[in-house]
Design a protein. Structure first.
Length: 443
């Protein structure tokens, strides 16, 4: 851990990255997150009044989580301490917590800032809990991961969560223009750059201020200097940005957000949206077999018997991905996404499963009716296994009035077909079967 580690000395600033040299020190200089720090917003009020509760800042990289912590550090009258999830052990935490408890008894508040708090294990997080409960410390955590999954529920329940959003393109352009007039940015140089080039850097950065500033700094370093003026050209920036960086964490929340978006777009028959989301996954490096498996599931869960070919198409795509791999199989996945999006939708099969699962849980292991039990031995036959069995093929209508379920669930209906696509033919067939039973079950 470090005390006051968020602050650098003037002598070291020239050698620090641009993002650190121009980091805002006041809310007035802060760009973005107006839903939190705009006039009369809750976060702004508690910072201005120095009435800081325990907080969690949750948002993607480069949106200002650490910067807000720095601003709080400069404004608060409390003792401000930072922890590293990588280097701080349990003993380090307990030592500082004891000091914080002594300070509390003397009327001195302590604020503890933990960047990337999701990297702390359960034991480390538990070490803070009693001191947060007693009010010995005010905890501020910053995380890119969903705190519901990554932070102990007991600790999370004692913190106010503020969600920070990705910066917009306009936010990033505003940020870069502030940098141009900031004397700490490039103190020995004058920079000239046009709006088109600023917009290109902003668009490339995917809402991440750190990416935008690092890209801008690299562009300045690689640009031509004439008469002590650095001219940042559009072509130079384009050469730096060979491929756009995509924020897609295959093991994090964004992974689940995007697969959810793909499923729901296909379910809603929003074909172009589905194509976009599957492309995002592929360009982000997702395993094509994972995508294909999800499409196989979707074909039965959301289309089912409304289009009996949907599952075949999905299975074929899965096999194509196994055979070809990426990038060749990308077109097969897109073709399948289009087919599944356009296909008629029915979740009747999925609902049938849920209804049957409910009965299984409620009634437990109901015995199989004797007439449909297998009877491979004489003893089983003597016990009545297979007695009164009726072979449907012996009947001209290929139907019998034999009961094939236990009495407890003989009135249960699981599969309720829709009128969508081919499923209307299944519905008609079931109605025909029902009418037959109404006529013959009392025979």
């Amino acid at each position: 851990m470090q005390q006051e580690s968020l602050f650098s000395t003037p002598d070291s600033e020239e050698n620090t990255p641009l993002a650190n040299r121009v980091r805002p020190t006041t809310l007035e200089d802060f760009v973005g997150q107006q839903h939190l720090i705009g006039d009369d917003k809750v976060l702004r009020e508690i910072i201005d009044q120095d009435k800081i509760p325990s907080l969690i800042f949750w948002g993607p990289p480069g949106v200002g989580k650490t910067t807000l912590a720095e601003i709080i550090a400069k404004k608060t009258k409390a003792n401000f301490i930072t922890f590293s999830a990588v280097t701080s052990g349990i003993n380090d935490i307990k030592k500082v917590m004891k000091e914080a408890e002594l300070n509390r008894e003397m009327g001195q508040k302590t604020i503890v800032f933990i960047d990337e708090i999701h990297r702390f294990n359960k034991a480390q997080q538990d070490a803070f809990l009693p001191f947060v409960e007693k009010g010995s410390i005010t905890l501020i955590g910053a995380t890119t991961e969903n705190p519901s999954f990554e932070i102990n529920s007991a600790l999370l329940s004692r913190c106010k969560v503020f969600v920070l959003k990705s910066l917009t393109k306009d936010d990033l352009v505003e940020l870069l223009k502030k940098v141009l007039v900031n004397p700490k940015a490039f103190p020995k140089s004058k920079i000239e750059i046009d709006d088109d080039t600023l917009n290109l850097i902003a668009a490339y950065s995917n809402g991440d201020a750190r990416v935008a500033l690092n890209t801008f700094e690299m562009a300045v370093i690689n640009s031509e200097v004439k008469d002590k003026v650095t001219h940042v050209q559009l072509d130079v920036v384009r050469q730096l940005l060979n491929t756009q960086s995509l924020r897609y964490d295959k093991n994090g929340e964004e992974h689940y957000n995007i697969i959810s978006a793909l499923h729901k777009s296909m379910r809603n028959s929003d074909t172009d949206a589905a194509i976009y989301w599957v492309t995002r996954m592929m360009e982000g490096g997702e395993d094509p077999l994972y995508i294909a498996r999800r499409l196989v599931r979707f074909a039965s869960e959301d289309i089912g018997l409304a289009d009996t070919n949907a599952l075949n198409v999905a299975i074929n795509a899965f096999q194509a991905c196994q055979f070809l791999g990426m990038p060749e199989c990308n077109v097969h996945l897109v073709e399948t996404v289009i087919y599944l999006s356009v296909a008629p939708k029915s979740n009747a099969s999925y609902k049938a499963l849920l209804r049957a699962q409910k009965d299984v849980k409620e009634y437990g292991n109901l015995p199989v009716p004797l007439q449909i039990r297998n009877a491979p031995t004489k003893l089983m036959k003597n016990l009545g296994y297979g007695k009164d069995y009726q072979l449907a093929h012996d009947n001209p209508d290929k139907l019998t009035n034999m009961k094939t379920v236990p009495k407890e669930i003989e009135d249960s209906k699981y599969y309720i077909p829709t009128e969508q696509g081919k499923e209307r033919f299944f519905k008609q067939r079931l109605e025909t079967i029902k009418e037959w039973h109404q006529q013959h079950d009392n025979d």
